[in-house]
Design a protein around this ligand. Sequence first.
Ligand code: NAP
Length: 236
Amino acid sequence: MRPESLLLHSDLTRPAAATTIDIVSNRESQPMAKAPVTVITGSSRGIGRASAELLAARGHRVVVSSRNQESCESVAEAIRADGGEACAIACHVGHEQQLAGLIEKTITQFGALDNLVLNAASNPVYGSSENVDLKAFDVIMHNNVFSALRLSHLARPHLAKAGQGAIILVSSIAALLGNRVIGAYGLSKAAENQMVRNLALEFGGDGIRVNGVAPGLIRTDFSSADRSSRPTAALR
Ligand SMILES: NC(=O)c1ccc[n+]([C@@H]2O[C@H](COP(=O)([O-])OP(=O)(O)OC[C@H]3O[C@@H](n4cnc5c(N)ncnc54)[C@H](OP(=O)(O)O)[C@@H]3O)[C@@H](O)[C@H]2O)c1
């Protein structure tokens, strides 16, 4: 997937200028002393990687993160080779200690945190929701909902300090429509949508903006099972 094909916000498509890029609003932001630092979970592949590449190209210092340090290193290296600034910090979003480590290591590496993109998600089951056992349901809800909430709270003091902090949660069209094959995942994505509304309210007083995006079907590893059951014309 080419980074240009991903629209996080129209501001991202404008050339980088002396002003920083405001990743969720149309406001021109004030110049920052340094380029914004943006953590993107699940950014070794797919939408997360495209986001990391695009944001780096727009002047962000990006933290590439996934469960696998080596694959993150390879994406960060490719970004640096393209003239961007990036580092790799592995973090399994299902492990609370690693969430804390991701924030701490980001501060150690870059000294600040301006933006958090909550992109990593899990969906271990495909088929009728009748076949979703409690273990699978717990993984879905823990990794997609609880971890995003916990990481947001861990990031909050740093985002507040940044002055123009922003959180973007990558939800899904599955949050908005009924689905015969990814129903439990859709429940978690609907909860994420409510998390966006609630954190926007809770964090707004600190000047932190919280927004979500809800992609349709995107050609990545994550959607391979879903795509194989659909006509090609429906793919993006
Ligand atoms: N693709 C679609 O059609 C589609 C549609 C709507 C919404 N979305 C949403 O978009 C987001 C990204 O999906 P994608 O399609 O880009 O997926 P993807 O191509 O499969 O990439 C997933 C990324 O997340 C990482 N990851 C997986 N499990 C993780 C975990 N437990 N902790 C940390 N990192 C983890 C993977 O790296 P490692 O395996 O190395 O950890 C990889 O970097 C998800 O929130 C998904 O729900 C996708």
